[in-house]
Design a protein around this ligand. Structure first.
Ligand code: FES
Length: 582
């Protein structure tokens, strides 16, 4: 970070507004057309408030109000706010999956920041893929940037019971299918499970990624834990607006904050909260935009030494609202002690260590002490073997423990439609020891690597009381899900990964302690099957999908587009070249 404060004529926006030529006349006269006097903006940092609000994003319903609070802070600090609506990624509604469009949001964010007269930006996100999408774009542009997390929604409530997003949907759906609850009860759950603004309040991708972003140093300290409906969330929105203006004057950019160690802090946070497996894909992609080669192996290394302290569903018992009242992320980071590198810089100009100093745990059942963790270690585990040469992921903390080491015959579905058509067939040759395999669910094949990885338990087994079994796919899984689901198998089956070669009855071996995923088929037989395998037709013939299927990388590389990762990040200055203003 430069120790010198910028002068107004050094602002990037000065090229649009400050110079005296024909084009700047146009910029000033058109700003006047919007009702602003030159004293509103001249010589001030112009701040993009990048807003993922939309009428179809249920997690961001409060962003219409929050953007006003952010603007209030920007005005107070002497900046000029400009709201920039961007594509929303609304997890429950967008098909086939928001993941297909994460890179779209990243590209849109980068291009907007590049092509308009912005000196810095506030990134407003929260619902799952919005966080990584916004971060990836802003990091590639490398203007001063600060992240505003949407905050978790309040606990769900039904008939006196607390409900958690996703987790309790899966749980009660299984109960409904098993005939244990009625249709009327299911409808009651529907109306009570999401009852306030904010993102999912379990340790889904949203809570995972907003917490990780705070540990990365890109969010005001303590902000990610505050429930969306809490008035302190609005106060922090205003403070975020104030802070970005100062960040512009001191030229504090993502590249001044992000290091390999700050990513270790983010990964450790995810592990200590038993966060979503999706964080692996997203943090790898975000890191690569910053020119940092975060590997899945690093997740596994850190998982071996990081205890799970956040007692939050689906691995634990409580919800994010409880986590906030128990002290929130700052308290959890203090408890992690030497596992967190407190020397790393953050957006408020202080180190992470300075920001968390003095934070306390107020309920040590919600945020466990190191001496009494929820799980000793292995919040996530990365597996390899002849079935996943480039890795696969499992969440040992959120599965039935007797399945950690398991051998069983494969029951193979060639794609999602095939699975949906046959999974509940009484004639399906499946037992609790079987290993269910879903092919063609990866980044290219599905397309977009949907959250199909929590494959359903066949109904006939549900009725027998089976609630977990080993399931393998190249898909992702919602962080709110649970079960012995092996995910992110790379390379994916659609591009010829070994998962494509598995047949019914092949014996599959899972050994989480040994980090092994193996199919008991000889190399010669696998080679023979490969010769007989033909690549399937790619799903898109037009539009953004064509770009996606040609350029998306595999899960272990973060599923970014190959032309957007390191190359630009390696020379962020080149990317910040001013556009020609004609
Ligand atoms: Fe938006 Fe879960 S649906 S975070």
């Amino acid at each position: 970070m430069s120790s010198n404060r910028k002068k107004p004529e050094e602002l990037r926006s000065y090229r649009w507004y400050g110079v005296n030529d024909l084009r700047s006349f146009g910029h000033r006269s058109r700003t006047a057309q919007m009702g602003y006097h030159s004293s509103d903006y001249m010589g001030k940092p112009v701040i993009a408030v990048v807003n993922t609000w939309s009428e179809i994003n249920s997690c961001h319903t409060h962003f219409k109000q929050r953007v006003e609070e952010v603007k209030r802070g920007i005005w107070q600090a002497g900046g000029f706010p400009v709201e920039m609506p961007v594509m929303t990624l609304a997890e429950p509604f967008q098909k086939p999956t928001t993941m297909l469009y994460r890179n779209f949001l990243a590209m849109e964010t980068e291009e907007l920041l590049k092509s308009y007269p912005f000196d810095g930006c506030v990134l407003m996100g929260g619902c799952d893929k919005t966080t990584p999408g916004l971060l990836m774009g802003a990091i590639s542009m490398d203007l001063p940037a600060i992240y505003l997390p949407a905050g978790p929604m309040l606990r769900g409530n039904w008939n006196g019971r607390t409900l958690g997003s996703g987790s309790d949907t899966w749980k009660y759906w299984a109960e409904l299918r098993a005939g244990k609850i009625t249709e009327d009860e299911w409808k009651g759950i529907e109306s009570g499970i999401a009852r306030s603004p904010g993102h999912c309040m379990t340790m889904g991708t949203a809570s995972t990624m907003t917490s990780a972003t705070e540990s990365l140093g890109l969010t005001l300290p303590g902000f990610s834990s505050i429930p969306a409906a809490d008035s302190r969330h609005a106060q922090y929105a205003s403070l975020t607006g104030q802070r970005i203006v100062e960040m512009v004057w001191t030229d504090q950019k993502p590249s001044d904050i992000l290091t390999a160690k700050s990513f270790d802090n983010a990964v450790t946070t995810v592990l200590a909260m038993s966060g979503s497996t999706n964080a692996i894909v997203h943090l790898v992609a975000v890191a690569r935009r910053a020119g940092i080669d975060l590997t899945t192996a690093r997740f596994d290394e850190l998982a071996r030494v990081t205890p799970v302290l956040g007692n939050i569903r689906p691995a634990g018992q409580y919800l994010m609202e409880d986590f906030y009242y128990a002290g929130g992320l700052r308290a959890l980071l203090v408890e992690l002690g030497e596992l967190i590198d407190g020397t790393q810089m953050t957006v408020n100009g202080k180190t992470l260590g300075e920001n968390i100093a003095g934070a306390e745990i107020f309920n040590d059942d919600v945020i466990r002490k190191r001496g009494n963790p929820l799980v000793e270690r292995d919040g996530l585990a990365v597996l390899t073997g002849n079935l996943a040469p480039d890795g696969a992921v499992i969440k040992p903390a959120a599965m039935e423990q007797h399945l950690l080491k398991h051998r069983g015959p494969a029951v193979v579905f060639k794609d999602y439609k095939d699975m949906a058509a046959r999974i509940d067939d009484e004639a399906l040759d499946v037992t609790a020891d079987s290993v269910i395999v879903l092919q063609h669910a990866g980044p290219v094949g599905a397309p977009g690597m949907p959250e199909w990885g929590q494959l359903p338990i066949p109904q006939k087994l549900l009725k027998e009381g089976v609630r977990d079994m080993v399931r393998i796919s190249d898909a992702r899984m919602s962080g709110t899900s649970y079960g012995a689901c092996v995910l992110h198998v790379a390379p994916e089956s659609f591009v010829g990964g070994p998962l494509a070669l598995v047949k019914d009855g092949d014996i599959i071996e899972l050994d989480v302690a040994a980090r092994r995923l193996h199919v008991d088929v000889s190399d010669a037989e696998l080679a023979k099957r490969r010769q007989a395998w033909t690549p399937p037709k790619r799903p898109f013939e037009r539009g953004f999908g064509v770009m996606h299927q040609l350029h998306v990388t595999q899960a272990n590389k973060g599923c970014d587009f190959d032309f957007l990762e390191e190359k630009l990040a390696a020379s962020p200055e080149a990317n910040r070249d001013e556009p020609e203003i004609h």
